[in-house]
Design a protein around this ligand. Structure first.
Ligand code: LMR
Length: 334
């Protein structure tokens, strides 16, 4: 090799080294819902803030609607470092081995967002996120969605109406118990499969906050929706612990700031997004929306409350009690 070729090689090497030194850190953020949902908007908000605050040193790629991974795959992808951030619903941590998150699925344990925030923004919420460390996962924040309602192709006004219905659930034993308490047959399915399963009759009904129901077009294949608001659905924003701990300290700080802002935004828009979706479902005329009376609500509560005691051995009596203490919920008063 002559001198000129060596010199050219060195120059090219320097350029590619410089290019590499400036290459942004890429965060792949995968999730399973549509963009036009509380989680979809919050992920986009986080992307914008993270790129702004790090002045482009971090690039966030958001993959919505299961385009990259489905429910179970995304958890595995995070653990092996194929993606860097997720926000799975709290009902989906059992397969990872952190079943305590299923406490959030207990029917009627939260009376509204205010009750819920006492937990997600307090010591119990932090303690639960810290349990993820042992799995190589870091829990960063909680993002709200909202309260779930039941849908099917028959009116659902009392527990008796659920008898024999095949109901799609997320991978949570608490949800399994809840559906059985109503005499229905729970079936775990990935979120991306729900619309088709409802359309083809693989399952008869499901439960979701209305923003999920509407943006997945489930209202087109569900004739009846009862606004039971019987349980909460929200998210833990998580990252691969090794990736996060390995970030330069200044960048990690900027990302923490971006996430704080995204969390405030997520929790501000969640209820509005669900109210908007409910309006849209009503306007579509495809689904009859029923608001249960106080008496009907009580009948649902009485039927489903046994899930709390049934699940004590799985999620821990003390943990359930500590949430009752935060929120003031007393099942004996039903
Ligand atoms: C579901 O599977 O029903 C939800 O967890 C989807 C989501 O992420 O909101």
């Amino acid at each position: 090799m002559n001198i000129r070729a060596i010199a050219l090689g060195l120059v090219a090497g320097c350029f590619s080294f410089a290019a590499l030194a400036q290459a942004p850190i890429v965060i792949k953020f995968s999730h399973v819902v549509a963009n036009d949902t509380p989680k979809g908007h919050a992920a986009e908000f986080f992307k914008k803030k993270a790129e702004e605050l790090t002045k482009g040193r971090v690039k966030v790629e958001v993959y919505a609607n299961s385009t990259l991974y489905k429910d179970k795959e995304e958890m595995e992808a995070l653990q092996i470092g194929a993606v860097q951030m997720l926000a799975p619903s709290l009902a989906k941590f059992g397969p990872l081995g952190v079943k305590e998150f299923e406490v959030f699925d207990l029917p009627y344990i939260f009376d509204g967002y205010e009750d819920l925030h006492k937990v997600t923004q307090g010591p119990v919420g932090r303690m639960l996120l810290d349990k993820l460390d042992a799995k190589g996962v870091k829990g960063l924040a909680y993002w709200d969605n909202g309260f779930k309602s039941f849908s099917a192709n028959r009116p659902l006004k009392s527990p008796a109406d659920f008898k024999g219905l095949k109901m799609r659930i997320q991978s949570s034993k608490v949800l399994e118990s809840q559906m059985r308490s109503l005499g229905s047959l729970p079936q775990v399915l990935a979120f991306s499969e729900v619309y088709q399963a409802l359309q083809t009759g693989v399952v008869d009904g499901t439960e979701n906050p209305i923003s999920n129901l509407y943006t997945q077009k489930m209202h087109e294949v569900q004739k009846n929706l009862t606004l039971t608001e019987h349980g909460y659905l929200g998210y833990a924003v998580i990252t691969n612990k090794k990736f996060w701990d390995g970030l330069p300290a200044d960048i990690r700080k900027q990302l923490d700031d971006a996430l704080d802002q995204a969390t405030r935004y997520a929790n501000q828009i969640a209820k509005l997004e669900n109210d908007k979706a409910l309006d849209a479902v009503r306007k579509s005329g495809r689904t009859e929306v029923y608001t249960p009376t106080a008496q009907e609500k009580l009948a649902f509560k009485k039927a489903m409350i046994k899930t709390h005691t049934e699940m004590e051995s799985r999620i821990g009596k003390d943990l359930i009690r500590s949430i009752y203490k935060e929120t003031g919920f007393d099942p004996s008063k039903l």
